[in-house]
Design a protein around this ligand. Structure first.
Ligand code: AMP
Ligand code: MG
Length: 402
């Protein structure tokens, strides 16, 4: 049986980035940047005052207190474009250009104006260069300021705006069909009859998929009949880059997902992973190129396997640089039992202690069907196969759930 790491590798190997598209800047938030962003101007674009006060020559203030003639005023958006001479000062506002001839700005609190605003008295001398950000000090025109492959956050939106990116290239959002299988399933607005339960996987799966940026199509619930399921998948793939099914991949008589995929001539890349929960996970590709993740039906298995495999594919399709799961290291808050078998993913909550260390609290849960306990889970603790019992304070790998 292949390991989780091998399975992730296989997913990456068979997943291609979708073409990029150009969107107006206001639609770019949370999308994946598909081009490098280059500054079209210096920042700041001129020597800029950082304070309200007076632009002066530092040398003129060496023997403060000193009186200087006010030659003019430079405001943000309306600078004073003359040469300031020795013995002069220019009243200046935050964000305004520093006039030629001035080399420092004294803040207004250390000054006062005299004689109807024609003279200013500086109470203290000014350090050369004080309160000026010189042109290009932050960024120079032509510099790459953002690299493709990052998720565009609000601060990056500001960067894009500042350099005139009214439109921006981003990775296309994959279209994901979500398909729950199981003859026992009824939808949320129905009352389950005898032997029935409400479908909940379609909602967690749609949620996880949306968090990756994918566009979700909810497909009708499928009964455990190969021919029906086959037709439903065949219809779905026409409009989907990826189909994620839940249920029907174990060894039971009515586990028909793989049979349906085979009848559709799917190429199956793996169908078992050394993982708990989530061993019978299937990854396949249909002849038209649509990828299929056949996840087990148990709600917690669904969450674990989606976040390990399907999420990786959906991020890679949008051009994310490092789409695979990002593990972190945390300190275990209590002991964990020995794990002789498969790599295990246990529900946990993360916090930090007073020393700034990341702490993982394993949650009490009733196994892979316990989706109510799982709703409080913020991370999964990874316990490698063959681990002896883990003591409190041991370091463990964790995977945050998004
Ligand atoms: P299966 O993988 O089809 O054998 O399903 C394993 C368990 O998960 C069974 O108890 C199913 O009833 C349950 N299950 C399957 N699909 C869903 C679903 N969409 N929502 C909630 N539970 C499900
Ligand atoms: Mg089933």
């Amino acid at each position: 049986m292949i390991s989780v790491a091998e399975a992730i590798q296989i997913v990456r190997q068979h997943t291609r980035a979708l073409p990029f598209e150009r969107v107006p800047l206001e639609h770019a938030l949370n999308r994946i940047l598909a081009e490098d962003v280059v500054a079209d101007s210096d920042l700041p674009p001129f020597d800029r005052a950082m304070m309200d006060g007076y632009a002066v020559r530092a040398a003129d203030t060496a023997n403060a207190p000193v009186r200087l003639r006010i030659a003019g005023e430079s405001a943000a958006g309306k600078g004073w474009h003359h040469e300031m001479k020795e013995g002069e000062a220019v009243r200046i506002m935050t964000g305004a250009p520093v006039p030629a001839g001035a080399d420092s700005v004294q803040q207004v609190e250390l000054t006062h104006e005299l004689k109807d605003g024609t003279v200013v008295e500086l109470l203290e001398s000014v350090e050369l260069g004080k309160s000026i950000v010189s042109r290009g000090a932050e960024i120079q025109a032509g510099e790459t300021v953002l690299q493709s492959g990052v998720t565009i956050n609000p601060a990056m939106m500001a960067v894009l705006a500042a350099f005139g990116y009214a439109e921006i290239a981003v990775g296309q959002r994959p279209r994901v069909g979500i398909l729950a299988t199981g003859s026992e399933l009824v939808s949320v607005n129905e009352k389950p009859g005898q032997d029935e339960i409400r479908d909940s996987n379609n909602y967690s799966l749609a949620g996880y998929a949306q968090l990756t940026g994918a566009v979700v199509r909810r497909l009708p619930l499928a009964r455990d009949e190969t021919s029906v399921l086959k037709n439903q998948i065949a219809t779905a793939v026409e409009e989907c880059d990826v189909v994620v099914t839940s249920g029907g991949v174990s060894m039971g008589v009515y586990d028909v997902t793989k049979a349906a995929l085979k009848e559709l001539d799917a190429e199956i890349f793996f169908e078992r992973v050394s993982l708990r929960p989530g061993k019978p996970t299937v990854f396949a590709r249909l002849p038209n190129g649509t990828l299929v993740f056949g996840l087990p039906g148990n709600p917690v298995s669904v969450a674990v396997t989606f976040n390990l495999f399907a999420r990786t594919a959906l991020l890679a399709m949008q051009g994310v640089n490092e789409p695979g799961p990002k593990y972190e290291t945390a300190m275990l808050a209590r002991s964990l039992k020995r794990n002789p078998e498969r790599e295990s993913y246990l529900p946990a909550q993360l916090t930090t202690n007073d020393d700034g260390e990341l702490i993982a609290f394993p949650l009490k849960w009733g196994g892979s069907s316990d989706f109510v306990a799982f709703a409080l889970t913020t991370a999964l603790i990874v316990v490698p196969a063959g681990t002896n019992a883990l003591e409190p304070n041991s370091l463990v790998k964790v995977l945050r759930l998004h």
